[in-house]
Design a protein around this ligand. Structure first.
Ligand code: FAD
Length: 294
């Protein structure tokens, strides 16, 4: 099923993100976690892609398993920046052979060892190049792109970031998923600006439940997200008490989702990070709103 069909509904739906194993050795535990999340029957599940890593082939395997075994639509991520054209073309063939209809086209973070190299020699510099190739390979593919309510860390200003985003969408994105954010007002402001810039595809906000104190620093560093005072107070109070932090983080994410839905957003993507218990707790908190039998 193409995700764009899901995005037309009026009721709240949740999707969950999982990531493939970082080493061969923990494939089974990751598969188990992804299957537990699939049993929650989310609207869809996305499977991230470890740029250049030896386990990147598992992205497709997990996406296929979720779709075929559990009937949950899957979204396979693909990055391009540290790959050759030949590798990317092979991945595109694999995606088509696996019958995957939804692909998240990403640039990927620039590896430290490439940071100072001559970019004119790279096969790919931006996600738009991958979007174009995917669109040319299959005009019917449902292609997602990433967007940044608080601007991408490499962008000098939001106007420029949105201009490149519009070009990426025009190249063939069917929808966009946002980077995590902890203040919904930043998302509402971003939506206003991108609609004004003529971007009309569905925007799926990404919400990250922060469930342990150590995760905070890493998440903020990666995303550059602003931490509202209310969120900081919560981390200060519960950050060193794992069970309490987990409960508070789930409550905060739940509250964000309720506010998004109350403001007209019907699809929310949860960065559930291979944690079935966290995905289940958020779903349970929202069961009546989601219209689930409880
Ligand atoms: P781009 O769209 O190429 O944008 C990157 C920067 O380049 C921005 O500053 C943009 O303004 C600028 N830019 C874009 N086009 C041009 C142009 N033509 N000329 C000049 N500048 C331009 N990473 C992974 O490794 N694996 C994953 O599975 C993964 N999943 C993600 C999912 C989501 C929803 C998000 C938000 C991020 C994800 N990432 C993932 C991280 C992502 O790869 C990084 O944020 C990366 O730095 C940028 O990727 P992009 O696709 O947004 O790049």
């Amino acid at each position: 099923m193409k995700l764009t069909e899901l995005f037309q509904q009026e009721r709240l739906s949740l999707s969950f993100e999982v990531f493939p194993p970082k080493t061969e050795g923990n494939f089974e535990s990751v598969r188990h976690a992804t299957e537990e999340i699939a049993k929650l029957r989310p609207a869809f599940m996305s499977v991230t892609y470890g740029a250049g890593g030896g386990t990147s082939r598992y992205t497709l395997e997990i996406a296929k398993n979720i779709k075929e075994r559990y009937g949950v639509p899957s979204l396979a991520h693909l990055t391009c920046v540290s790959s050759t054209r030949q590798t990317v073309h092979q991945r595109i063939c694999d995606i088509r052979e696996a019958g995957i209809q939804n692909v998240m086209a990403l640039r990927g973070d620039i590896p430290a060892e490439l940071a100072d190299s001559d970019r004119s020699r790279w096969d790919y510099r931006h996600a738009i190049e991958l979007v174009r190739e995917l669109r040319a390979a299959d005009p019917t593919l449902c292609i997602g792109g990433a967007c940044y309510p608080e601007i991408h860390p490499e962008s000098t200003n939001q106007r420029e970031d949105i201009r490149y985003l519009k070009e990426k969408v025009d190249a063939g994105c069917s929808f966009l998923t946002t980077q995590m954010f902890f203040d919904n007002n930043l998302l509402y402001n971003f939506l206003y600006k991108i609609r004004e810039a003529g971007i009309t595809v569905p925007i799926i906000p990404g919400v990250m439940p922060i469930t342990n104190g150590n995760q905070v620093e890493r998440a903020i560093k990666l995303s550059g997200s602003f931490m509202p005072q209310r969120f900081k107070a919560l981390v200060d109070k519960f950050g060193t008490t794992p069970a309490a932090m987990k409960q508070a983080g789930i409550a905060y994410a739940t509250d964000q989702i309720i506010d998004l839905y109350a403001n007209g957003i019907t699809n929310v993507h949860v960065y559930s990070m291979n944690k079935p218990d966290v995905a289940a707790a958020i779903q349970q908190n929202l069961s009546a709103i989601l219209g689930m039998d409880v």
